[in-house]
Every structure is written in C-alpha cells, then in structure tokens.
Design a protein around this ligand. Structure first.
Ligand code: FES
Length: 114
C-alpha cells in the first residue's frame, strides 16, 4: 500500500505551486494498478518534507523484515513513476528501491519531523 499525504502542506498549491497534486494521485493510482492500493491521508506530521509518500511493504516484504519507507519532496512526475515501478516490482523488502528514491528517504526516528 502507498499512502499519499494530503494534509495542510502536502498537496498544497500555496506551498508547492506548479504541481498538479490531484493529478499526481491519479497518476500514481493508475501506474500502481493492481499491484497495490493507493490511499490519501491527512497530515502525517512531517510537513517539512512535503509532499510525503509512504511506501508500505507487502506481506512478503514484511516477512523479509522491511518497514514502511517514508519519502519526502515527492513533487516531480518522475518520482511518481519510480514509486509505482518499485511497488510493481515488489516494493520494500522485495525489490531494490531506485537510487533516486533512496535520496528522498527520511527517518522520523532521527528527528526529521518538522
Ligand atoms: S501535510 Fe503532509 S506531513 Fe503534514
């Protein structure tokens, strides 16, 4: 499952002008297809990283020890494509994340909330 934050900052045209946030969700849903569910959430309390997307491992990924992967600054169309391709390949714990997505990862346990 992929969780797309659409709270006070993520998805905000005022904070991120020039990004079609609604289209971003629609594109992600279409690209993920039957490989997983894409849901929209309220603020995930990491606004400094908006737009935030969380990629949750599949049951197989969890068996392999994977944990949810938090991605920040998901603003470009290329990131939507890479997230969808990763999920379709199996996601966390099953498939290697694209290198560009690894650069967008952040860890809430390391005080990344803002
Ligand atoms: S609005 Fe997305 S983390 Fe706050």
């Amino acid at each position: 499952m992929v969780t797309v934050c659409r709270g006070c900052c993520c998805g905000s045209a005022a904070k991120h002008p020039g990004v079609d946030h609604g289209e971003q969700v629609a594109r992600l849903r279409a690209a993920v297809g039957d490989a997983g569910r894409v849901r929209v959430s309220e603020c995930l309390d990491a606004c400094g990283h908006s737009n935030v997307v969380v990629v949750n491992p599949s049951p197989r990924g969890r068996e392999n020890g994977a944990r949810p992967v938090w991605l920040g600054w998901v603003l470009g169309e290329d990131m939507v494509t890479e997230i969808a391709e990763w999920v379709r390949a199996g996601g966390p714990g099953v498939a290697e994340a694209p290198a560009t997505l690894e650069l967008q990862e952040f860890d809430l346990r390391k005080g990344a909330r803002s």
